[in-house]
Design a protein around this ligand. Sequence first.
Ligand SMILES: Cc1cc2nc3c(=O)[nH]c(=O)nc-3n(C[C@H](O)[C@H](O)[C@H](O)COP(=O)(O)OP(=O)(O)OC[C@H]3O[C@@H](n4cnc5c(N)ncnc54)[C@H](O)[C@@H]3O)c2cc1C
Length: 443
Amino acid sequence: MTSTSGTTKGRAWRNWAGTVAARPLREVAPASTGELAEAVRRAAEDGLRVKTVGTGHSFNAIAATDGVLVRPDLLTGIREIDRAAMTVTVGAGTPLKRLNAALAREDLSLANMGDVMEQTAAGAVSTGTHGTGRDSASIAAQIRGLELVTADGSVLTVSAKGTEGEREIFAAARVGLGALGVVSALTFAVEPLFLLSAREEPMSFDRVTSEFDELHAENEHFEFYWFPHTGNCSTKRNNRSAGPLAPPGAVSGWITDELLSNGLFQVVSSVGRAVPAAVPAIARVSSRALSARTYTDIPYKVFTSPRRVRFVEMEYALPRETAVAALRELKAMVDRSPLRIGFPVEVRTAPADDITLSTASGRDSAYIAVHMYRRTPYRSYFTAVERIMTAYGGRPHWGKIHTRDAEYLDGVYPRFGEFLALRDRLDPGRLFGNDHLRRVLGG
Ligand SMILES: Cc1cc2nc3c(=O)[nH]c(=O)nc-3n(C[C@H](O)[C@H](O)[C@H](O)COP(=O)(O)OP(=O)(O)OC[C@H]3O[C@@H](n4cnc5c(N)ncnc54)[C@H](O)[C@@H]3O)c2cc1C
């Protein structure tokens, strides 16, 4: 029931994958930065912790709270488009799909995107959500400025052009893990709308891994999926194109995106869960069913696709030059184990960036992501994968499943201490803390 200014009694909260549940004491849905700052001050006075959620697309408990849950549903929409600076400023809770559509209507686009666009803008960047790119990096790397409500209710506006102190906050708060404050608005760099040509093509594991460096160097956006228990991969190369627009045909698009990636995949995943021994045979048949196709469309339609089959995921960022060796180890581990893995392993890349705790901070990276169908036992698989990834100095995705703690993370992030020192200054009382942050940040 609503009491004052959008405050209600907390309802049970669950993440998208259904792996994390929480019961906040109360919820608030501020409609302005001022109301948000007031809600933060009130929570502090009441001795309650504060957590803002996006769409709950994180697989771990980073967004969970037993205190005050801030819903960003009213902090949405485009605040300003600056065509001289080529930037757009949006409310933090704006879903990426709404941002993409609004930009396209204005003949504008972000440079790069992840696989889906359900997440909120602030939720996506706070854990370092990324797609794949040779030159263009994560969504957070496309931010030019942001507005942050800190633990004492102050509203800070920071960018790379500010004072030294503002620049330090900007470097950290772009991938802020929800630990530095509540982001109320974000300013993204945008480009004139462009076209991308996608080439999807099956390829053998041996060929992709031996030609990985060339495939990465020759394409603006290269990624591939390897199907465990097979030697088959599905590759995707996206490059800017002068056109013409040639979207996937309605039928072929439906077959690939809806039938193979969602409908049939749902059935196959359910069968695999019921009869694990059938998984390798299913993987061989289904990975061979994929065929080559080429299409040209506006960026977000090429980068993203719907994901209706629910799964759990672990993803590690490795120094790019070690990715092939790590993937070969992963394949050898699956081949000699009794594990039955029905979901493909996804490999993507990102150039080094300058964000304090970005998974690509200061190093060219490749991402290796493993998935399991929801409610299928995943721990032994993920544990074995994590052992391989950590041996290469891997950095776990901040929003996905992993078991690393602050001591490990301090060893793989040269600027970890810088982030902790800033957090101590901005949130000494851990108003924005939760159990998950205590583990990964150490306090
Ligand atoms: C189907 C699916 C596909 C995915 N694809 C990709 C992908 O391609 N690439 C990739 O890198 N990741 C991917 N992810 C992971 C996902 O992008 C991240 O977990 C992302 O953080 C989720 O955004 P969200 O809006 O749901 O935020 P939530 O998961 O709700 O929250 C994430 C974090 O952001 C914080 N937060 C949210 N809003 C604010 C705010 N306003 N101010 C401060 N902190 C805030 C929360 O407190 C929490 O710490 C995928 C996840 C799913 C389920």
